[in-house]
Design a protein around this ligand. Structure first.
Ligand code: SAH
Length: 465
């Protein structure tokens, strides 16, 4: 691109043109569409130019161009159809500080004027950098046919209605509203009742759109993090601020529930891992029902909703009911738990991958690739692993894991009552039995608390090795 297309502010500024013949007329027809102050300098001017001058649409100076004539002009056109005269006036205008265009002289012009399709305020500019004027004309003709003549009127009225339409939720709803206006409702209104019918048509369309919007609610599937309210994301916080209904799992801490909008209806879905108090189908139905009533529902899940959260079942139910939803991620228990013991989930030279396992699945104790997990250096975060501890321990040892492999159990990670049990694979099951945990706990295979964290002793670390 040797020429960069821009739209220049010319309202109230000067545009000066030197010349009074055909080339001058062609350019003036374009320039007079603007709200600039137009001056024409021509010893001899065509009758149209005299008429425009008489109508006050331009200022005509009936003589040859002199120094200072283009003073303060933003644009200057040399349109004398005479190379010598054009070069002379261009040099003068240049000295006056104007950007210069010499008609039909690309090389000596500082700017060129594109072909335009005018549906003011919608303007399409077409340029070929002088390479193919025929092509530019053809594209212009195609666009002229394609863009309805009232597009400009619609755009102007649409602009005044923008603020009113902002009551629609951003995204599909709002885009659909405007598409319906430009494609159908707007042109129909003009055809039937002229310009004055457009605003009432817009108002009716908005009412109709709002009515259908209000019928369907929206569901935010939000991660509440591991418990510490400061580990909530800002997005989650904002969702809670506007919720009409909050449906939460048992693991979501009370401090976080406190943050929900005062008027919000709070519903305990009672779920804790796989120990579901309410059947999953009932939870799905509950979310759908509130959304269908038009509520903004926050489905609040502990940690990250995409980790062992049965999220997909809820999403399927929402999709089936045609309800809009989005996922707001959260900090998963594994992230909070390793932070508590001062370790990384991955470490160069130790483990290039980390697994998130569930101790339980719908069929009971969950099976995994025990052989791979038994290799030295493996790190795995085991969710819902308390009851499956003996099973997991047995499987790993059977597949050749070192009994001295460090294992750390972190209960209530990120909460004031956090407990850390530092043990080994061999001691895992007796450790858990002895400790008698009753909060949510995560078991790390292959990680011990970092010495420095243990020494600081600001956490309740219990050694069981
Ligand atoms: N979506 C959640 C996990 C839900 S499964 C997340 O991303 O964290 C529930 C299991 O998560 C619990 O049985 C426990 O293993 C783990 N968990 C959740 N919160 C925890 C916490 N604060 N401390 C330790 N483990 C936690």
């Amino acid at each position: 691109m040797d020429h960069f297309p821009v739209f220049m502010a010319v309202a109230g500024r000067r545009i000066v043109l030197s010349g009074g013949g055909e080339a001058a007329l062609a350019k003036l027809r374009l320039i007079l569409k603007t709200t600039a102050h137009v001056t024409v300098i021509a010893a001899q001017a065509a009758p149209e130019i005299h008429r425009w001058a008489a109508e006050g649409r331009l200022h005509l100076i009936s003589r040859g161009m002199e120094p200072g004539d283009a003073m303060c002009a933003v644009l200057f056109y040399a349109a004398n159809e005479d190379d010598v005269e054009d070069a002379r006036v261009a040099a003068l205008a240049h000295r006056d500080g104007a950007r210069v265009n010499i008609v039909d002289n690309l090389a000596d012009s500082q700017f060129i004027t594109p072909a335009i399709v005018d549906r003011d305020p919608v303007v399409v500019a077409i340029g070929t950098e002088g390479a193919a004027p025929v092509l530019a004309r053809r594209i212009k003709r195609d666009l002229e046919e394609r863009l309805p003549a009232q597009l400009g009127v619609l755009a102007r009225i649409g602009k005044t209605f923008r603020a009113a339409a902002d009551v629609l939720p951003m995204g599909v709803k709002r885009r659909d509203f405007w598409s319906a206006f430009y494609d159908k409702i707007g042109p129909q209104a003009i055809e039937k009742g002229g310009e004055s019918a457009v605003v009432p048509a817009l108002e009716a369309l908005l009412d109709e759109t709002l009515a259908t919007t209000e019928k369907l609610g929206h569901v935010d599937l939000v991660g509440a993090g591991p418990g510490d309210p400061e580990l909530l994301t800002l997005k989650a916080r904002k969702a809670l601020d506007v919720a009409d209904v909050v449906i939460y799992d048992r693991l979501v801490s009370g401090e976080i529930l406190e943050l929900a909008r005062r008027e919000a209806v709070m519903i305990d879905a009672g779920k804790e891992g796989f120990g579901a108090a309410m059947a999953q189908e009932d939870i799905d139905a509950l979310i759908v029902q509130h959304a269908l009533n038009g509520a903004h529902v926050v489905r609040l899940k502990s940690g990250d909703p995409t980790v062992f959260g049965r999220l997909d079942e809820e999403i399927d139910a929402l999709d089936a009911a045609g309800i809009s939803w989005r996922i707001v991620p959260g900090i998963t228990a594994a992230s909070a738990a390793v932070a508590g013991i001062g370790q990384s989930l991955t470490k160069r030279g130790r483990n290039g991958s980390v697994r998130f396992l569930t101790g339980h699945d719908t069929k009971g104790f969950a099976d995994h690739d025990w052989k791979a997990l038994a290799r030295p250096g493996e790190v795995a975060a085991i969710y819902m692993g308390k009851r499956a501890a003996r099973f997991i321990q047995g499987r790993l040892l059977m597949h050749g894991a070192n009994p001295m492999t460090p294992v750390t159990v972190i209960e209530n990670a990120s909460r004031p009552d956090a407990r850390v049990l530092a043990t080994t694979l061999a001691q895992l099951e007796p450790t858990l039995t002895k400790a008698g945990l009753n909060g949510p706990a995560l078991t790390f295979l292959g990680l011990a608390p970092r010495d420095a964290v243990a020494a600081r002793n600001d956490m309740n670390i219990e050694e069981f090795a």
